[in-house]
Design a protein around this ligand. Structure first.
Ligand code: UFG
Length: 340
């Protein structure tokens, strides 16, 4: 069976391609390379022995999207990762986020409707909950105003999918990720943001190798035990497995509703300082840091209740925080060695 993975050379996309190939799926990737390198194709092949077919397409270009689907009418399903993804950056560049995330989603969904392809996984986020009131957050948590344009694109993206499902027999799963980190244990693929990283883990690992002078911790006056923000960190390999299970759930027509949402997290919250100290323990290094102003758009805490995905998809996290940090550190060191 052939699956299209948009954004398949990105961080979560590439790990999901590996997991799909390891389950015997044929994978076709679309990526515009705006935040990924074409070398990831070789990283995937090094792990699975299979080179995925890759198309460099900007999904904002409707004609290009339709040209692709015209040549791939036999897709069993589509996993849509391609999007801009940093909360902080979205505050500075709101229109970029609305343009990238909405145009791409609408063009892909238009093609699904036109070509009658029904199985669809959407890369959503716990940012749809805004500041959740009760921890851990369940899927029943009310959707409140998003605190960032990024979060808003995920909220409205979910609504667009729900609306399309009213007029087209779409079968969709919305996976609401908490904070994906880590890297494949092989060291062949990982998180490689282009330019200065917006996310915490690549910033820490780049500080550890000396590319960045110090980590800025955004605020120590939040309503959390040590004052820094609390997040639920999930290993990207566990997250990739959740995608394979969700796609199989749709393919085997086990879904009860046309559109279903699942949280994907570890179910445990760690503060920025706790994470930093765990990284220092795992790597044996001291990381310079400074406490700075809060970053606009950040919620103070978010961690997941994952009962639903465990019950319905039989998925559960298998990796510890140390596994996540050790694999991210291994990947950073390996990619630096390859670049030197
Ligand atoms: N942080 C710092 N310094 C940095 C970077 C981040 O202190 O240099 C802090 C942030 O303030 C936040 C935490 O580290 O408290 C995590 O920040 P990230 O930028 O790594 O992650 P976010 O929680 O902002 O967002 C991430 C993904 C989103 C996803 C979201 C779900 O980027 O795509 O998790 O929570 F939707």
């Amino acid at each position: 069976m052939k699956i299209l993975v948009t954004g398949g050379l990105g961080f979560i996309g590439s790990h999901t391609v590996v997991a799909l190939q390891q389950k015997g799926y044929e994978v076709v990737i679309i990526d515009d390379l705006s935040n990924a390198s074409v070398d990831v194709v070789q990283g995937i092949k090094a792990i699975t022995g299979v080179q995925p077919t890759f198309y460099q397409i900007d999904l904002r270009e409707k004609q290009a999207v339709f040209d692709f689907f015209e040549q791939h009418t036999d897709l069993a399903g589509v996993i849509h990762f391609a999007a801009s993804k940093a909360v902080g950056e979205s505050m500075a560049k709101p229109l970029l986020y609305y343009e990238n995330n909405f145009f791409s989603l609408i063009n892909v969904l238009s093609a699904l409707q036109h070509y009658g392809i029904k199985k669809f996984l959407f890369s959503s986020s716990c940012t749809v909950y805004g500041q959740g009131e009760v921890m851990p957050i369940t899927e029943e948590e009310s959707i409140k105003s998003a605190l960032s344009p990024y979060g808003n694109t995920k909220q409205v993206g979910e609504e667009i999918i729900v609306d399309l499902a009213k007029v087209f027999p779409l079968q969709a799963v919305l996976l609401r990720y908490f904070n994906p980190i880590g890297a494949h244990e092989s060291g062949h693929i990982g998180e490689s943001p282009l330019g200065v990283p917006y996310n915490l883990i690549p910033y820490i690992t780049q500080t550890a190798v000396g590319i960045r002078e110090y980590l800025s911790i955004y605020g120590q006056d939040y309503d959390t035990p040590d004052g820094t923000c609390v997040r639920d960190y999930i290993h990207v390999v566990d997250l990739a497995d959740a995608h394979v299970r969700a796609m199989e759930y749709l393919i085997q027509e086990k879904n009860q509703q046309q559109v279903e949402a699942f949280n994907v997290g570890n179910g445990q919250g760690y503060s920025v300082l706790e994470l930093l100290h765990s990284f220092e323990r795992v790597s044996g290094l001291k990381i310079n840091y400074k406490i700075v102003e809060r970053r606009p758009g950040d919620v103070d805490k978010a961690w997941a209740n994952t009962d639903k995905i465990q019950r319905v998809l039989g998925w559960k996290p298998t990796k510890t925080l140390d596994d996540m940090l050790a694999s991210a550190w291994k990947w950073e060191q390996k990619s630096r060695n390859n670049n030197n």
